[in-house]
Design a protein around this ligand. Structure first.
Ligand code: AMP
Ligand code: MG
Length: 419
């Protein structure tokens, strides 16, 4: 079978993964989701003019010449109504976030005043008993006042469609009193392991058996991608078992990942079942990459099925390069791929020409010394060495050729950064 370039495999897959139908989800479930419509404000934020500092609300006309002493006619705390008003020649003690009273057009910071205690006639400590204040600094109209609508004006577009909702966005929507937000929902994605050699959990291994690592890994990758992982368990190499697991998974999920059974020499159970379920529209690909050459993709009843290779590293790389971007576009992401940067290889990354793009597991670090990313191999590069993959936070993309020497530049895909 001819090898196809990664870019064409990716295109084929993405072409068949449409964004999931949008729906309104509660704000507390929307983190990481992508907005499906333009969101408009129905009110000003802040809703009223308020003070940015602790101090005294004044009329600027009264503080043109300083120092000046003004009687303090009241106190306004955050959450209190904007009273009392400030008459000519008066001041009101005011605390950060409190509404500006009638009459006042600026606030003098507490640090620029001396407040006087009416009973003792001495400088006041704290807020109680303040009857007059000496203003030591001139303020202009609007100084230290936050205007209504400074952050957001009623009627304005707050976020465009396609916005990825981070914590800050959720804070903004909460500031507008929104309870639900229209987004593309998280994709529910089933994960099925296949293979007679696989064992789940700590039970003793019989000769020839290994433990299932891919399922835990793929479920974790899904959670990390803001999808909703669904564990479909472990299926023996038996057409009936694989078929039952897949059909029940497809019933419950928006997409399914299988691992194992997609390479050329495999027993054909996954192939037979998927070909049958997908009505012959499954694409069995050999991609010009290493690791993760074998890959299968198709849709069953419009739901994408990703046939990932069984070797754990291949499975993970395949997920990163093909399944993750596809699932992210289903969840509304317009830029579904991991970021790429140019890094400096701190050691030689050698390879042989073989017509493939090599994805080398590396640790990437940012260096303050030269303001660049630097990479080193995270360990052995064979496709069964999951530990070296787990220790990698990036994949170096080595184009066909002999690799790079120490000190040379290489393109790197960042997998986890700042975790
Ligand atoms: P396969 O693609 O099914 O031929 O599997 C390729 C290699 O990956 C074999 O060595 C399998 O034992 C191994 N493998 C398959 N599935 C898993 C899994 N879920 N966890 C760990 N290794 C696996
Ligand atoms: Mg197998």
């Amino acid at each position: 079978m001819a090898l196809i370039p990664l870019a064409s495999a990716r295109r084929r897959v993405l072409a068949q993964c449409q964004p999931l139908r949008a729906r309104a989800v509660p704000l507390e479930e929307a983190l990481g989701c992508v907005t499906s419509v333009e969101l408009r404000a129905d009110a000003d934020v802040p809703p009223f003019p308020n003070t940015a500092v602790d101090g005294f609300a004044v009329r600027t006309a009264d503080v043109r010449h300083v120092p000046v002493r003004l009687p303090v006619v009241g106190t306004i705390a955050a959450g209190a109504p904007p009273e009392p008003p400030v008459g000519p020649g008066e001041a009101v003690r005011i605390l950060t976030g409190a509404p500006m009273p009638e009459g006042a057009d600026a606030v003098v910071m507490i640090e620029d005043t001396d407040a006087w205690d009416g009973r003792s006639g001495r400088e006041a400590v704290g807020t109680a008993g303040v009857t007059s204040v000496e203003i030591r600094k001139v303020v202009g109209a609007g100084d230290n006042v936050r205007g209504a609508g400074d952050d957001i004006r009623a009627g304005q577009v707050v976020f465009e469609p396609g916005t990825v909702l981070g914590p800050g966005h959720l804070g903004v929507l909460a500031s507008l009193g929104m309870r639900r937000v229209p987004v593309h929902p998280r994709a529910r994605v089933g994960v099925l392991s296949t293979g007679d050699e696989l064992v789940d959990g700590p039970e003793e291994l019989r000769p020839g058996q290994i433990r299932d690592s891919n399922r835990r890994m793929l479920l974790g990758l899904l959670a990390d991608s803001n999808a909703e992982p669904v564990d479909l368990g472990l299926a023996r190499d038996d057409a009936g078992v694989v078929r039952d697991a897949l059909t029940s998974g497809l019933d419950r999920c928006d997409a399914v990942l299988t691992s194992g059974g997609v390479s050329v020499g495999d027993f054909d159970f996954v192939k037979i079942v998927l070909d049958d379920l997908a009505d012959g529209a499954m694409q069995w690909m050999q991609i010009a990459i290493r690791p993760a050459k074998p890959f299968a993709f198709g849709t069953v009843g419009g739901k994408p099925v990703f046939g990932l290779p069984g070797n754990p590293v291949s499975s993970m790389v395949s997920f990163e390069l093909l399944a993750r971007p596809a699932l992210r576009s289903m969840m509304g992401h317009t830029r579904p791929d991991r970021p790429q940067v140019i890094a400096v290889a701190d050691e030689p990354l050698r390879r042989r020409p073989d017509g493939k793009l090599h994805l080398v597991r590396v640790q990437a670090d940012w260096s303050d010394d030269d303001g660049r990313f630097h990479i080193r191999s995270s360990g052995g590069q064979a496709s069964h060495l999951l530990r070296a993959m787990a220790l990698a936070n990036a994949l170096a993309l080595l184009p066909d050729g002999d690799g790079v020497a120490a000190g040379e530049e290489v393109r790197v895909m960042l997998l986890s950064w700042g975790r």
